[in-house]
Design a protein around this ligand. Structure first.
Ligand code: C2E
Ligand code: CA
Ligand code: CA
Length: 566
């Protein structure tokens, strides 16, 4: 165990003791005996003592309490300390000449006594030290703050300790660092868990060694991720090098780091490490760079995200979200026929202008706001289907996007049914697009999708090709159509055109009797090629961009004019 990292120490490297003592001479004696080893603060009255206890609660390691004070009884202070949540764990040593008071003090929670007149310095130092150590150990057990494998702090305790570090080193610039081992899961699979454990232990030891002497602290968060909080430094390459240990047998461990240097202490500790993590993600797939830094661009992005989050409720209230519609055409026959539309949300932000869903959907998925937004879009889409039924005299089914986050809601089928009913529609009028990756995320999700399909909602698997489901597996999943990811089209029609993969996928889907939809189709060449390959439906700029409802309606009316061909 890295003992030196357990202690709470003040800026000068010492633990802090509050001495509550009204007599000048006693304060002088104690000061003389303890000053070299501890950081002392004094209270001459009970009132001052309570004030300091409140103000210094995070920094105190021990209280030395005189029972006779001018304004209060020492006993009452003891009682107060032990009854408050924040200070109940703070050890108190009572200083008294009155042996009869000892039992009462013990009952009130005092840990030890120092008699008056004072014993020899060694005795006092020993008692003080023993008490502090005892309490720090107890504190540690209470928090079960260590990772058993590496002996490092776990995250919860680490964050708490980092906050304490700030209190003690208020003038020191600090860095937040996230460090990961490259391809750790592969290493585990290939060489076994035991070897993986050895690697973690070695890296942990290296990191501890590195911050040693600087009061820095280290923790292991999750499998192969380490957090470091330490006084600002610039030798990050050295850290990288030292953590890249060579194991027995010659295996070279490789690590990568994200650094948020000279942290802003006005944001909470967790967020500082989020920033370091963002920096680490920047170099995740880089071959040449192993250290990433949190920079201004990331900060700007974070501000923008914050702005979007803060604006969400107003946006819903003020109807800044608008639904656009993009047509999907049935291309199986000689002429392309309008089949349905996809509802795609847009944000008309009062200051940022038009924002595309790619910028805010992932953000809202992270914090669950997406559920509210999708609910809104579904309702809008249902109302629109209803309106077109009435005004155009025909039914245009609309597909809506269902985020993976929505699927964790067990009431989703009822919710969607309610929306459809309220608009006087059938479930068959509202198609649901669910991304392939949602299917593979969690087996429970597949059941929710099944139940949606059982109720009559047609299901389209979106972005097919980006997840990991095999075509084999697809036969067992609840799906009515396969929507090929746009990337298939992009790749197939790149410079040296190669459409073999595209053709194979469409062919396989056909053999499984699953209709295919191609999206992102921009040119006539693409459309015709897909048609020849047997693709059933096509969506893309070739036919139309996503349009506001009124424009979409005009588009449809125009299609219906006699003599017009697509
Ligand atoms: P997606 O579901 O894959 O939607 C297709 C995206 O491709 C849309 O982007 C669409 O505007 C764009 N697109 C259509 N045709 C073409 C084309 O010919 N060329 C190119 N380059 N792009 C084309 P958009 O509207 O920016 O939406 C992005 C993504 O945001 C969507 O991808 C979908 O995953 C998500 N999204 C949009 N609206 C919603 C919503 O209401 N709820 C949820 N959960 N997600 C939504
Ligand atoms: Ca979609
Ligand atoms: Ca898609």
């Amino acid at each position: 165990m890295p003992e030196s990292h357990l202690k709470f120490h003040s800026a000068n490297g010492k633990r802090r003791i509050l001495v509550i003592e009204d007599e000048f001479i006693n304060r002088e004696i104690l000061g003389y005996m303890l000053r070299d080893s501890y950081d002392l603060i004094f209270a001459e009255t009970g009132a001052k003592a309570l004030e300091l206890l409140e103000e210094q609660q995070d920094t105190l390691s021990l209280v030395l309490l005189d029972l006779n004070l001018p304004d209060m009884k020492g006993m009452d202070i003891l009682r107060r300390v032990k009854s408050e949540d924040v200070n109940a764990q703070l050890p108190v040593i009572v200083m008294t000449a009155d042996q009869d008071a000892e039992v009462e003090c013990l009952n009130l929670g005092a840990i030890d006594f120092i008699p008056k007149p004072y014993p020899k310095q060694e005795v006092i130092l020993a008692r003080v030290l023993r008490t502090i150590e005892l309490f720090e150990d107890r504190d540690i057990i209470r928090w079960t703050e260590r990772d058993h494998l590496t002996g490092l702090y776990n995250q919860q305790y680490f964050f708490r300790y980092a906050a304490q570090f700030d209190t003690f080193h208020s003038a020191v610039q600090t860095d937040a660092i996230v460090l990961d081992i490259n391809h750790f899961h592969l290493l585990n699979e290939r060489y076994g868990r035991h070897f993986g454990d050895e690697v973690l232990k070695c890296v942990a030891a290296q990191l501890l060694n590195m911050v040693h002497g600087s009061d820095g602290i280290v923790c292991r968060r999750g499998a192969d991720s380490f957090l470091i909080y330490c006084p600002h430094r610039t030798d990050y390459e050295d850290i990288l090098e030292q953590a890249s240990v060579e194991m027995a047998g010659g295996y070279q461990v490789r690590v990568r780091m994200g650094v948020y240097p000279q942290v802003d202490r006005s944001i909470d500790v967790e967020r500082r490490f989020d920033r370091a993590k963002q920096a680490a993600d920047q170099v995740k797939n880089s071959f040449s760079k192993e250290v990433g830094f949190y920079d201004n661009a990331m900060y700007e992005k974070e501000l923008r995200m914050e702005q979007l989050l803060e604006g969400f409720q107003t946006a819903v209230r003020e109807k800044q979200f608008t639904v656009y519609y993009q047509p999907k055409f049935d291309v199986r026959g000689a002429e392309s026929v309008l089949n349905s539309a996809e509802a795609l949300v847009r944000w008309k932000h009062p200051t940022l202008g038009m924002i595309s869903p790619g910028d805010f959907i992932p953000l809202f998925e992270d914090n669950g706001l997406i559920r509210e937004l999708d609910f809104y879009v579904w309702k809008e889409a249902a109302a629109q289907i209803r309106e077109w039924k009435d005004t155009l005299g025909r039914s245009i089914p609309v597909s809506v996007n269902v985020s993976r986050v929505d699927l964790f809601d067990l009431e989703l089928p009822e919710t969607l049914e309610g929306i459809v009913k309220a608009a006087g529609l059938e479930p068959g009028d509202l198609l649901l697009e669910i991304t392939e990756s949602a299917y593979t995320e969690n087996p429970e999700i597949v059941n929710v999708i099944k139940s949606l399909r059982d109720r009559g909602f047609p299901i389209e698997m979106d972005d097919f090709g980006t997840g990991y489901s095999s075509l084999n597996m697809i036969t067992t999943l609840p799906i009515d159509a396969l929507k090929l990811d746009m990337q298939f089209i992009r790749t197939a029609f790149r410079g040296n055109k190669d459409t073999r993969l595209l053709e194979a996928v469409i062919g396989l889907a056909k053999s499984l009797e699953l209709p295919t939809i191609a999206e992102g189709v921009e040119t006539e060449e693409q459309m015709l090629t897909l048609k020849t390959m047997g693709c059933d439906f096509v969506q893309g700029y070739y036919f139309s961009r996503p349009l506001p409802a009124a424009e979409f309606e005009a588009y449809v009316r125009n299609l219906e004019q006699p003599g017009r061909k697509l």
